[in-house]
Design a protein around this ligand. Sequence first.
Ligand SMILES: Cc1cc2nc3c(=O)[nH]c(=O)nc-3n(C[C@H](O)[C@H](O)[C@H](O)COP(=O)(O)O)c2cc1C
Length: 252
Amino acid sequence: MQKNKVFIGFICLTMFLSFSACSKSSESEGNAEKPSQSTSQQTMSENNLTDASQAEEKTSSESASASSGSTEQTTSGSRVLVVYFSRTGEQYNVGVIDKGNTAIVAEMIAEKTGADLFEVLPQDDYYPYTYDELTDVAKQEQNDNARPAYKGEVPDLSQYDTVFLGAPVWWGDWPMIMYTFFETNADALKGKALFPFSTHEGSGLSGFDKKLSDALPDSTVGKGLAIKGEKAQNDPDNAREDVNEWLSDLGY
Ligand SMILES: Cc1cc2nc3c(=O)[nH]c(=O)nc-3n(C[C@H](O)[C@H](O)[C@H](O)COP(=O)(O)O)c2cc1C
């Protein structure tokens, strides 16, 4: 109960702080509620690199099919990569989920753009399965300005001109593991067009764009997208409309 109050408190705070950022995103309203279910086994893919055709197999949506990102060019003629972090198990406002909210959005982007997908997976998956415990661990990481290690080999970034980077908002910020990714790959991301996206339960984009730009000053950060996690999870057709509208604005 106390944690709920604390959480509602930081949602309000982060919504206030990120007001200007939220106004740039395509969708950011709504208040979070307590998750309705408890512990579940996390599911994680063995290999964190997939292409759009594999993503399509994994998603249950009815969207038009996408071509494999490994060889295809995008409509803008550039090669595209989607990098994302996402969790399963007990999640805010949606109960227990076996595909993360951000993963759903990442796959929609990949389908539409023909991108490759790279999932940022923790090297040591110490993240708890229950929502309340996860918030404690995430807060501790943030307080420590931690750089949790991720596993797997990042694809050769020189192949890509455009990189979409997405994550859930955690305590008003990118999860710290994404900063590990940014900093580890800063040189390889120089000069590239980066587009941030978040899923959230009230904080919108939460300044993901500015924070990304600060972390990677030699890259170009474009317009971001914020989608409520509950919408991505429970109303994917509408979420896809938001994704496609944003991508259309970006020229896809
Ligand atoms: C540790 C933690 C912190 C969170 N902090 C926020 C927050 O500050 N603002 C917000 O709107 N939502 C917050 N949420 C909700 C998530 O951003 C939201 O549920 C997201 O869609 C989860 O995405 P995922 O399933 O891809 O992990 C938080 C969730 C967790 C687990």
